[in-house]
Design a protein around this ligand. Structure first.
Ligand code: G6P
Ligand code: MG
Length: 222
């Protein structure tokens, strides 16, 4: 029986995926590495340090830096990112998300956040939606990043529900893999074919996420 919804943050609740992209692009420029939006798809849901490794690998430079230097670069990206998210307001919620959260809440399902981002609590506060969440997993306590199921399993555990009673919602391929590895029903938001193929249900845009349809698909699947 369905008991909870677990959301990814970046790209599902708000478009901070764009800010992550802009921040990496700026760091890339400082390093002489060009990053485009297509490549950025491969950074979605991927941790800060792993993202940096993938960017350096573009120019075969992942072995040119010590871990200390990489941490310095990753911190620099995060400074760019923190500056960008200062502009986030409740108006930056993606279409349909506020009413979806309200609808889920008034139907007494639990709501969790499973973000790989250490900035997630700050973004949730800027969006003023903290009151909807029964749990927000602290990304700093998650050892293995998506596609590992840890972050989704932790969210379920913190809400006292089993994985089979959860619907996970994601915009990243690594995220959908994480939800499936956790044994949950996976909903993909986006048009990327590889992403859609791995999910149990797909919508192109957030305003197509409707509670009754999510419940219906979940029940048909189970
Ligand atoms: C999310 C985003 C990634 C980001 C990761 C870590 O999963 O989709 O693009 O790299 O979080 O975010 P952080 O804010 O901790 O650098
Ligand atoms: Mg995402």
């Amino acid at each position: 029986e369905l008991q909870a919804f677990i959301f990814d943050l970046d790209g599902v609740i708000t478009d901070t995926a764009e800010y992550h992209f802009l921040a990496w692009k700026q760091l890339g420029e400082e390093l002489g590495i060009k990053i485009d939006r297509e490549f950025n798809e491969r950074l979605k849901g991927v941790s800060r340090l792993e993202s940096l490794n993938r960017i350096l690998a573009l120019n075969n430079r992942e072995t040119n830096f010590s871990l200390e230097e990489k941490e310095f670069l990753a911190t620099k990206k995060n400074e760019h990112y923190k500056e960008l998210i200062q502009q986030v307001t409740p108006n930056d919620l993606l279409p349909g998300i506020h009413s979806l959260l309200a609808n889920i809440k008034s139907n007494h399902y639990k709501i969790g956040l499973a973000s790989a981002s250490k900035n997630a609590p700050a973004v949730i506060e800027k969006l003023q939606i903290g009151n909807f969440f029964d749990t927000i997993v602290d990304a700093a306590t998650v050892k293995r990043s998506k596609p590992d199921p840890e972050v989704f399993l932790k969210a379920a555990e913190q809400m006292n529900v089993t994985a089979e009673a959860c619907i996970g919602i994601e915009d990243a391929e690594a995220g959908i893999e994480s939800i499936k590895a956790a044994g949950m029903f996976a909903v993909a938001v986006g048009t990327n074919e590889a992403l859609r193929k791995k999910a149990d249900m797909t919508v192109e845009r957030t305003n197509q996420l409707k509670l009754n349809e999510l419940i219906k698909s979940f029940q048909m699947y189970n």
